[in-house]
Write a protein that binds this ligand. Structure first.
Ligand SMILES: [Zn+2]
Ligand SMILES: [Zn+2]
Length: 302
């Protein structure tokens, strides 16, 4: 198998583009996809540093690596969720990556702040672990970005994540979620840090290949708390479609982004946000979801 561009020997076959690339041409292609996402969706510029949320998994570490290669100023943010050995290994992968490239990294450990990990917090508040974890992450990404002066938080969500989420939203016809699903979430006039997903044009398989070719050491195990069964099923279903019809995943998600302009011609309205009386972040009431979660879990365990 030869690279379609330069005729050297190919390292990856890409059925969805009906092509194959050598390591050099593959990296060119992948960096270009991220560049296109950043510029087409006006995610950020080189004028201000970007806060990159890094879990220690392949997507977020690949994202950080690519942003540095593209010449962006970045700082990593790692949340240690306090899930025993899994969280220790995750943090260690992130720290090793940052140290090897001399990058700045902010870490925040739940255990240190609350004396509780996410498992205990979710349990005490009687919330499913992934839902409590989402609330916690949103709060801390936003808080740390605003406190430290980062206008943008970038996360490692890829094409598979976005397509699976779309499938889930469509199966239940969750129209408000569909309206909000986007590679860029606005800052709602400065209330929030802007959230962006620069890898949304790239499937998981290509990001894994990038990590292997660049010897990026990441945590392979999935989070032990993720009951992710549903997301996993959606991804598996989409993978089967992709196998039968290469490009299906891309068509499905990008078709949606295009249709969105017709279905929802104006941007979602800025909700009247109340500011939380405890933490000051915007929410649906005077106590935000995060503060309710923390109040309940600390009350139960103290
Ligand atoms: Zn080549
Ligand atoms: Zn709050």
């Amino acid at each position: 198998m030869k690279c379609r561009k330069c005729k050297r020997s190919a390292v990856i076959k890409m059925p969805r583009h009906n092509t194959a690339f050598c390591d050099v041409c593959f990296e060119d292609y992948l960096l270009k996809q991220v560049s296109i996402a950043i510029s087409d969706d006006k995610m950020f510029s080189k004028d201000a540093p970007v806060l990159v949320a890094v879990s220690g998994g392949k997507d977020s570490l690949a994202l950080w690596d690519v942003l540095i290669k593209l010449g962006y100023e970045t700082v990593g943010l790692h949340l240690n969720l306090g899930i025993g050995a899994y969280s220790e290994t995750s943090q260690q992968k992130v720290e090793t990556f940052a140290a090897s490239r001399n990058l700045s990294l902010i870490t925040h450990a739940y255990q240190a702040s609350y004396g509780l990990g996410i498992v205990e917090i979710a349990k005490a508040s009687v919330r499913p672990a992934c839902s409590a974890c989402g609330t916690m992450k949103r709060h801390h990404f936003n808080r740390i970005a605003l406190e430290k002066g980062f206008p943008v938080v970038a996360t490692g969500h890829n094409l598979d994540d976005e397509a699976a989420r779309l499938l889930g939203n469509l199966l239940k016809w969750q129209v408000p979620y569909l309206e909000k699903q986007s590679p860029v979430l606005s800052d709602d006039g400065g209330l929030w840090a802007k959230k962006v997903k620069p890898l949304y044009r790239l499937p998981e398989r290509e990001i894994a290949a990038y990590c292997i070719l660049n010897r990026i050491d990441y945590i392979v195990e999935e989070c032990p708390m993720s009951n992710g069964a549903k997301m996993f099923t959606y991804k598996e279903t989409l993978n089967r479609l992709e196998e039968a019809s290469p490009g299906a995943k891309h068509q499905f998600y990008f078709g949606f982004l295009k249709q969105k302009e017709v279905l929802f011609p104006s941007p979602p309205p800025v909700e009247d946000a109340d500011l939380c009386r405890t933490c000051g972040q915007p929410g649906q009431s005077t106590q935000c979801g995060y503060c309710r979660l923390i109040e309940r879990s600390t009350a139960v365990t103290s």
